[in-house]
Design a protein around this ligand. Structure first.
Ligand SMILES: [Zn+2]
Length: 298
């Protein structure tokens, strides 16, 4: 319990830092620009320098009722949301992965957990944090920074290598978040081939979309995000993630058009829907595919 609480507070602090990264990002500069990330935090509306009490994650947002203490301007919901999501990634993802991979309930927190498993869990936490930052930046700037996609690709290599080297320590069929259903779609027993296949599928599928829509619907940032995340999730998980992202992206876009908030020509950032698809696949992939099959009496 202590460990989970500590991880949660550590995650809140990291989330607070990620908010700074997102708010100070400009498409012309690097994501982790030391100069831009240094210096005191200010209210984006009036420039008021934030005091220590205004920098406490979540708590300050609640106490100030989501408004700047100086000018009263409403603050973005991104602040508490990114903080909570990143805290949850640190505190609860290890627990979820313990059960998903069929490791014992306390594997991650016990001293006996092997080093490779700590590496695997750390790579997943970093993956989720990167997806959160990509979502927030795409929503604000309609762009996915190259460095972040490159970082995801490196994480994909790490996750694939660790799963491949230690797959015998993981509960049977648990390498895929679709568990036993992955057998129906899998073309190979090899972890490396399945993850390389996921990367090719994600990359080629979105490259075709960009080509067919002549760059109006998707951008190359989405291609790179799908490619890197395809390596991370592997086949067939990436396919379910992409299907889910189109379901939710389609519903959302349809509703906006019906409400006349957007027209068919407006740009809608797609990374948030992709990331939603990734997360739903990781946490509910097995349940979603199972429910789909039951719906059709299979
Ligand atoms: Zn202000």
């Amino acid at each position: 319990m202590m460990t989970i609480a500590l991880l949660f507070f550590f995650g809140l602090a990291i989330g607070s830092f990620l908010n700074v990264v997102v708010f100070r990002y400009t498409p012309e500069k690097k994501v982790f620009d030391g100069k831009r990330l240094g210096g005191r935090s200010r209210c984006p509306y009036c420039g008021h320098v934030l005091g220590a009490g205004e920098l406490v994650p979540i708590v300050s947002f609640i106490i100030q009722k989501g408004k700047c203490r100086s000018c009263g301007h409403r603050l973005s919901f991104q602040y508490p949301l990114v903080e909570l999501l990143s805290a949850s990634a640190f505190a609860f993802l290890p627990l979820f992965l313990n059960s998903a991979y069929g490791m014992s309930g306390t594997a991650f927190f016990s001293a006996e957990a092997p080093l490779w498993y700590y590496g695997l869990v750390a790579a997943w936490v970093l993956t989720i944090l990167t997806w959160i930052v990509i979502t927030a930046i795409d929503l604000r700037h309609y762009v996915i920074p190259n460095e972040l996609n490159a970082f995801l690709l490196i994480l994909g290599v790490c996750i694939t290598a660790l799963l491949s080297a230690y797959h015998e320590n993981i509960f049977p069929f648990r390498i895929s978040f679709l568990q036993n259903f992955s057998l129906l779609f899998s073309f190979s027993d090899s972890v490396v081939l399945n993850h390389a296949g996921g990367m090719l599928f994600g990359g080629i599928f979105f490259a075709l979309l960009v080509f067919l829509s002549r760059g109006r619907g998707m951008g190359f940032g989405d291609v790179k995000l799908a490619l890197a995340s395809g390596l991370i999730l592997g086949w067939p998980d990436i396919a379910l993630a992409i299907i889910l992202s189109f379901v939710f992206g389609g519903i959302f876009g349809g509703v906006l058009i019906l409400l006349r908030k957007k027209t068919m020509k407006d740009k809608i950032p797609f990374a948030p829907f992709l990331v939603l698809g990734f997360l739903l696949t990781i946490f509910f992939g097995h349940a979603i595919v199972g429910g789909y099959f039951r719906l059709f009496g299979l």
